[in-house]
Design a protein around this ligand. Structure first.
Ligand code: ATP
Ligand code: MG
Ligand code: MG
Length: 571
């Protein structure tokens, strides 16, 4: 049994669920292939795959592809990719649509058992049957409900054969619509099949009718012999219709969990301050012609988004994401968590694992003038300060180095301990200190270069700053990410008329075009990572990853900040 993240399965809600039905575990993760997955789905993946793994069972990846209108090939591949990225391996990849024949047969069987009927009522009429707009009126069945079984059967076949247009006919389950004591709307004769005249990515033009979620999901669970069907709490009321259908077709025994799948519901994960809704992310990705709004991000995998492809591109290690989820634990309550909490977990993970490199975001050259012109020395510096005997990189030091603009002050200040005229400062990992002897400025008034001399012995400096050797560095573009919105609650913005655009944070991406990073160190890391994503802590700067896709496109090292070094408490 995997020890990692085990707590979420060994205790609490998931322990209870297992104890309710301690049988060989078979679970499924059942996404609709109609969008990219987001951070909330990482919880569903971890719960389903992790639960099966923990109990030595299996987990299916099942595409719930019953709505041909919204499906696209790219979503199938991306979802498979994300499950793999999170470190899970599906026992089988299945498709609800593979069961269309069998589901159709069962629908006929249901009709024959007098538990389904073909209905031609309008949406409005159906709503009235369900007690009107507020569901408080009297409920009643329509004439179709009592039509002969043979008639429903032939009408259902007519639906299948394309006789009806969308909304002209439905197959409805004969549940408890007319039972005045049945307060659960999921039992008010839900549709089982509808007419959709669209071709399907997998079954082509074979079908003119498609089964609904309520008809499909529980039956596919039964076909795959799912033991624990774990879903989110918005399906709580659906548990009754789930069991009803399984029982009606003999997949379950009424009032018992001894046979067939058992549905249980856990709370969704919501990360506050982020946009997770597909439709809203789509607006950010595409902008809006109607409202004259340009795209706010570069794509579904933009590092500022909380889609899983975005989180991956930002450089978050999948292990850190899983740790975040397992530490939150699973209950039946909604988990609403601040994005800073997520960042804390990622930071903690990287603090332990990320190798260190020196990265200067906004470089100023410093010449150590008393070193000879051709001075060059090589230092071996471990990648991780807490693992002095671990992997190390070679760092060259020559007469000219870069330091960060923020580490220099033109006019000294007693509260400033880094470099300033006549001030001495330490350079990380260098056996001597430097003292500033002068600096030059450009016409625009920016400090352009700094002159310094070497200081040996003497007092311990008040501060050490990071530096990169100018003769052996790699130019890079570093991008720092901040919240996409100024508002703490972007979900409450005006998403209908495009008002959200006014709340976009102009500094959601801060770009440092002229950054420099250790060259040999980066190459060393590239060798160590063997094609995996390169992540490192830029000393005193933040955690970064190399964005390979952009690096290739731009012909330059492109870095994404994963998280800052410390939490920004200024907000
Ligand atoms: P969304 O509308 O947010 O994209 P969805 O429920 O329509 O989500 P599905 O493709 O049906 O997306 O999701 C697959 C599984 O992931 C479902 O079992 C669903 O309950 C679960 N899931 C979706 N969002 C969350 C979330 N925020 N937290 C936990 N589980 C989630
Ligand atoms: Mg769904
Ligand atoms: Mg949804």
């Amino acid at each position: 049994k995997p020890a990692q993240h085990a707590n979420m399965f060994a205790e609490g809600w998931l322990k209870k669920v297992y104890e309710e039905k301690p049988v060989p575990v078979r679970t499924r993760f059942p996404p609709e292939p109609n969008g990219f997955l987001h951070i909330g789905h990482a919880k569903a993946i971890t719960v389903n795959f992790g639960f099966a793994e923990y109990h030595g069972g299996v987990c299916f990846l099942r595409f719930d592809d019953t709505n041909p209108e919204k499906e696209d090939e790219i979503f199938f591949t991306s979802i498979i990719d994300m499950v793999k990225w999170l470190g899970f391996k599906p026992y089988q990849i299945t498709y609800s649509s593979d069961n269309f024949d069998r589901l159709y047969e069962l629908a006929e069987e249901l009709i024959k058992r007098d538990k389904a009927y073909v209905c031609h009522c309008s949406q409005e009429e159906t709503n009235n049957q369900r007690g009107g707009p507020d569901n408080r009126g009297k409920r009643y069945g329509c004439a179709h409900r009592d039509r002969p079984i043979e008639e429903s059967l032939s009408e259902f076949r007519a639906m299948r054969d394309g006789k009806y247009e969308p909304r002209e006919a439905f197959l409805r389950m004969k549940q408890k619509l007319t039972d005045p004591s049945e307060g659960n709307p999921q039992m008010w004769d839900l549709p089982a099949y509808r007419v959709v005249k669209k071709s399907h990515p997998r079954t082509g033009d074979k079908w003119r009718i498609y089964p609904t979620y309520d008809f499909t999901h529980c039956l596919c669970d039964a076909f795959e012999e799912i033991s624990h069907s774990l879903c989110t709490t918005e399906f709580y009321l659906s548990r009754t219709s789930y069991d009803w259908l399984c029982e009606a077709l003999d997949f379950k025994i009424p009032g018992s969990e001894s046979k067939g799948p058992m549905q249980r519901e856990y709370g969704r994960l919501n990360v506050a301050g982020t946009i997770l809704s597909k439709r809203r992310i789509q607006m950010l990705v595409e902008g809006s012609l109607k409202h004259n709004i340009l795209p706010a991000v570069r794509g579904w995998d933009d590092p500022r988004l909380y889609t899983l492809v975005g989180i991956r591109r930002r450089g978050v290690p999948p292990e850190a994401l899983k740790t975040f989820i397992s530490e939150l634990g699973v209950t039946d309550a909604l988990t609403n968590i601040e994005v800073t909490r997520f960042e804390q977990t990622v930071r903690r993970h990287l603090e332990q694992t990320a190798p260190r490199l020196s990265l200067i975001l906004d470089p100023i050259p410093v010449t150590i003038e008393d070193l000879p012109e051709d001075y060059s020395t090589e230092l071996r510096i471990p990648f991780h300060p807490k693992k002095p005997d671990g992997d190390a990189r070679t760092v060259t030091l020559s007469r000219k180095i870069y330091i960060d603009r923020s580490d220099f002050l033109e006019k000294d200040d007693p509260n400033f301990f880094r470099l300033a005229p006549n001030k001495t400062v330490g350079l990380l990992n260098v056996p001597f200190l430097i003292r500033c002897t002068g600096f030059t400025k450009s016409d625009s008034g920016d400090v352009e270069s700094i002159q310094a001399v070497k200081v040996e012995g003497g007092e311990k400096p008040k501060a050490y700053i990071h530096w990169v050797d100018a003769t052996s560095c790699t130019p890079a573009t570093a991008r720092i990410y901040n919240a996409l919105f100024l508002s703490d609650e972007p979900n409450t913005l005006d998403w209908k008329e495009g008002g959200w655009v006014k709340s976009l944070n102009p500094n959601s991406e801060v770009v440092y075009e002229n950054a420099v990073v250790e060259k040999a160190g980066l190459e060393e890391l590239r060798k160590m990572e063997k094609g995996e994503m390169i992540r490192f802590q830029g000393l005193r700067t933040g955690y970064f990853c190399v964005d390979e896709k952009d690096s290739e496109a731009k012909g330059k090292v492109m870095l994404n900040q994963i998280v800052s070094l410390k939490e920004d408490t200024s907000k």
